[in-house]
Design a protein around this ligand. Sequence first.
Ligand SMILES: NC(=O)c1ccc[n+]([C@@H]2O[C@H](COP(=O)([O-])OP(=O)(O)OC[C@H]3O[C@@H](n4cnc5c(N)ncnc54)[C@H](O)[C@@H]3O)[C@@H](O)[C@H]2O)c1
Length: 308
Amino acid sequence: MSAPAANSIAVIGAGSVGSAVAFSLLLRQVVPDVVLIDIDEDMCKAQVQDLSDATFLSNVRIRQGTLTDAQHAAIIIITAGAKQRPGDTRLDLIDRNLKILKSILSSLQPIRKDAILLIVANPVDILTLFAQKFSGLPKSQVLGSGTLLDSIRLKRILASRLNVADTSIHAFVIGEHGDSQCVAWSTATVHGTPLLKVLPLTGAERDEIATTTRMKAETIIRVKGFTSYGVAAVSARICEAIIFDHRQVLPLSHWREEFGCCLSLPAVLGRDGIISSFPIHLNDTEQKFLEASAESLKKVIGGYAEEL
Ligand SMILES: NC(=O)c1ccc[n+]([C@@H]2O[C@H](COP(=O)([O-])OP(=O)(O)OC[C@H]3O[C@@H](n4cnc5c(N)ncnc54)[C@H](O)[C@@H]3O)[C@@H](O)[C@H]2O)c1
């Protein structure tokens, strides 16, 4: 087997999310070489066999690999970990997933110095913070998919109300990818026009949209047991922005000094990872929600302080 290409992406965790992420990377042809890795080698092999039936649509090579292959990847995506059962919050997963993250990142040493680590497993904001610590990479190279998925869910709802394309809406869900997230309503625009001017929503309507957005994963998990396609598409978009140095502004989980944790706020994404945070001008209510979201994350992190 030849060595992985310099532009390879390693996906660690080949379950529902990891396999869907690999499928998105394959169809979008983000890099020539995608490596899938799982502790359950038989299942990983079967996922790779299944995925390889789709490679006729692209020139991407998909193969099963090891953590040693991941050491050489340009982007390492971590989807390995327990998923929510119906009724679980994302924070309920922390004990199991922190252990898995720690063991994977210690086995990945020495990690390629310019690698970007993308955390997808939940609770994503907390795992991103610990991955910054465990990986030894600069904080700017370790990010979480964060509220990009929630923002896309929000945009879908708003776009359908306005009967315009999702891409015409600029709106961010910020804070935790979880229960304490909030919508930055005051900054939302439709092609430059303030959203609330073209769609004058009442407070109750805004709350309802924010709740539907926040609860969407739970609604899906209650019926099919997991979500995968949205996060897979989001992961492919993040990888494209990194590999092609797009400098796209996306709401991603990244280290924010003023909050002392990782949470989602708009950031410029490129080949070096988080190039910079992008300013967002919130009103007082939104700022308070964001601060409360950071506080709730830090409270959980405080319970694992010995790991930091
Ligand atoms: N960030 C998001 O927006 C988002 C969206 C959906 C799901 N998720 C999260 O993604 C994670 C995975 O979800 P899923 O539905 O794919 O779960 P899954 O159970 O289908 O897959 C998880 C995989 O991780 C593997 N694994 C466990 N420990 C490992 C280790 N040490 N090394 C390698 N592989 C290991 C398991 O064998 C399993 O195949 C969960 O934490 C879930 O909450 C995140």
